[in-house]
Design a protein around this ligand. Structure first.
Ligand SMILES: Nc1ncnc2c1ncn2[C@@H]1O[C@H](COP(=O)(O)OP(=O)(O)O)[C@@H](O)[C@H]1O
Ligand SMILES: [Mg+2]
Length: 268
């Protein structure tokens, strides 16, 4: 609705993980560097955690888009899979022929692919999002996949991405082996106050908003207070604020608008 009024090409504050809106905060940059380091240096299992809405999925999509072609990737979004399905999903995403065969065939195919790619100096990484939903069985299966190795190096790097509950799960005695295999860990913190302001302005700019549309410093301060810097909450609040600005026919989003919207958005 406000889109036409402000002349946006797209909604500025969607809550989908759209890489086109990516804002590289120092934390996201650091997280990205950790992921890349883990893949390049074949650290086996890499663990990326953060609260809901801190930008984990967005970061995965950025990695998939930006990563150089010598790194082959598979992205598993829905971790609700059986053992066979996980292998099928990984193989399919890596571009291997889909066969309906058994587990052994799928692993053999994957293993051969990994050996071929490694011999060409390529890395292969599988990203599993929402990994906090995996059960002990599934996590154990993932550990077994990370065992695929030559005498010299790990053939498959696995990135587990999830909410902090993932860390609790990994501390269970049954997953001791998996936990001790994690070579790189990174926990994404929410944005700080300065980044929150820059994040808002960055999204307004990408959406193509007019220059005269702006959030006052006090408004940004309030957005930060309510959201504590979590991008998802910033988006929800700012989306409401733009709608309120449109209703009030103003291009200045001030603190009063934010306070009212925080109540409506139920995050106050
Ligand atoms: N660094 C970022 N740059 C731009 N938008 C972001 C960033 N981090 C998070 N967001 C936005 O916040 C919302 C939640 O991000 P998402 O990646 O789904 O979080 P998570 O996977 O951690 O729950 C999405 O709308 C996303 O576009
Ligand atoms: Mg996510």
């Amino acid at each position: 609705m406000y889109k036409e009024y402000y002349g946006f090409k797209e909604n500025a504050f969607n809550i989908t993980a759209d890489p086109a809106f990516y804002f590289e905060s120092s934390r996201h940059k650091d997280a990205y560097a950790h992921l890349l380091y883990g893949i390049r240096h074949r650290k086996g299992i890499i663990c990326l955690t953060g609260e809901v809405g801190t930008g984990k999925t967005t970061l995965c999509r950025i990695l998939l888009n930006k990563i150089d072609p010598t790194i082959r990737t598979a992205f598993i979004l829905n971790p609700n899979f059986s053992q066979i399905q996980l292998l099928q999903l990984i193989n399919k995403d890596l571009g291997l022929p889909s066969i309906r065969n058994n587990k052994l065939d799928l692993i053999t195919l994957l293993n051969q692919f990994l050996i071929d790619e490694t011999s060409q100096g390529h890395n292969v990484a599988v990203i599993i999002d929402e990994a906090q939903n995996l059960n002990v069985h599934q996590l154990e299966q993932i550990r077994l996949l990370s065992n695929l190795e030559t005498e010299k190096e790990k053939l498959l790097q696995i990135i587990l991405v999830g909410q902090p509950e993932l860390l609790e799960k990994l501390r269970k005695p049954a997953l001791r082996q998996l936990n001790s295999r994690i070579g790189v860990r990174y926990h994404i913190q929410p944005l700080d106050k300065t980044d929150t302001g820059e994040y808002i302005n960055h999204r307004l700019k990408i959406a193509g908003g007019p220059e005269k549309l702006h959030f006052t410093d006090e408004a940004i301060h309030s957005v930060y207070e309510f959201s504590k810097g979590t991008p998802r909450l910033i988006n929800i609040l700012c989306e409401h604020a733009l709608l309120a600005g449109f209703t009030n026919e103003t291009c200045t989003i001030d603190k009063d608008i934010i306070l009212r919207c925080a109540k409506e958005a139920l995050i106050s």
